[in-house]
Ligand binder design. Structure first.
Ligand code: AMP
Length: 318
């Protein structure tokens, strides 16, 4: 069982940590823009404090900052009563109350999510969404060296979506009933955006969302995601499996990843980028994106794979 007051616990801890400078959080500017070609909306934030956040490979392999959490950041050492996950504030938050779900025992960030981890994430999201109807939450999982992850200790991230922000996955799933993919029904892809992504609408009633259902959704999307690595291995033999998972109360989405950073502009993405939430460390790139939002679709493609919308899978696919 997740505590009925989990939102309050997170919020109290965050206010305290911010007051005492236990979290490194400085957002200078934030703007919403829309790409007129793809209709994708972007929430673009200039967050120079992210320069202090260690990037992938920068933490000494023997160090594990997520293992022994600072007491000032620890919200709950047993999130759901199973003893498996703790809830900890992110030391380098990108929004208020940004938290991490971290396995108490070390597990590798490359390992697949378990049905229990998915269910706990979903329950946490629904609990927090239900507590305040003006707020929506998303859990993300960055897995693999090109996914934008920076720590090897298994963890998911919980964020509140920016107010009134509409990720493109909302529009894609709007009015669609839940289904599991089959030969006839492929996962949803928005044919206006250029990068591959696989989305499934979840049942509207949260009582219908079970551990088994979430696991079936995740593994069927993971299967399609892994197919990219199989298909591209001849061209790029060094390619290592990397992907982002995004989960809200309404949908689940997986995005296969080829690069952590774009080469054409000094911008990197994790799962948040593939919901349209862009965290930019320098003013120059921020200004360029605000002025020409259409470049973002190219950047996201550069860090992902080409969309397969409308292409039927063949017998060589997983
Ligand atoms: P990822 O980048 O997806 O691997 O997520 C790891 C997260 O851990 C990042 O968002 C960091 O901001 C955060 N982080 C790094 N060091 C610490 C720490 N000592 N305590 C809490 N969070 C941390």
């Amino acid at each position: 069982m997740i505590s009925a007051t989990v939102s309050q616990l997170v919020n109290d801890k965050f206010q305290e940590a911010q007051k005492n400078n236990n979290v490194v959080f400085k957002k200078l500017d934030s703007k919403n823009v829309k790409d007129s070609k793809t209709s994708m909306r972007y929430s673009v934030s200039l967050v120079p404090s992210l320069i202090e956040k260690p990037e992938f490979g920068q933490t000494d392999a023997s160090e594990d900052p997520l293992a022994a959490s600072e007491p000032e950041l620890l919200v709950l050492d047993d999130l759901d009563g199973s003893g498996h996950l703790k809830l900890v504030l992110n030391k380098f938050p990108i929004v208020e109350n940004h938290s991490l779900l971290i396995t108490n025992e070390f597990k590798d960030q490359l390992s697949a999510l378990t049905p229990e981890e998915l269910m706990t994430s979903y329950k946490l999201i629904t609990k927090m969404d239900n507590e305040d109807e003006n707020k929506r939450h998303m859990v993300i999982y960055n897995s693999g060296p090109q996914s934008g992850s920076s720590q090897n200790h298994k963890h998911l991230q919980l964020i509140e979506l920016p107010q009134k922000f509409i990720p493109f996955q909302d529009t894609l799933t709007n009015g669609k009933d839940h289904f599991l993919p089959s030969i006839k029904d492929e996962p949803l892809q928005d044919n206006k955006v250029s990068f591959a992504h696989f989305v499934l609408p979840l049942p509207e009633e949260s009582e219908e969302v079970t551990e088994d259902l979430l696991a079936m959704c995740y593994f069927s999307l993971l299967q399609r995601t892994l197919t990219f690595f199989q298909d591209w291995l001849n061209e790029t033999p060094d390619l290592v499996k990397s992907y982002n998972l995004l989960l809200t109360k309404q949908w689940i989405c997986l995005v296969p990843r080829s690069n952590i950073k774009a080469k054409s502009l000094n911008v990197g993405f994790n799962a948040l980028g593939y919901a349209g939430i862009l965290l930019i460390k320098d003013q120059e790139s921020f200004d360029e994106i605000i002025e020409t939002p259409t470049i973002v679709d190219d950047l996201l493609l550069e860090c992902g794979f080409p969309s397969t919308a409308g292409i039927k899978p063949n017998e060589y696919n997983y």
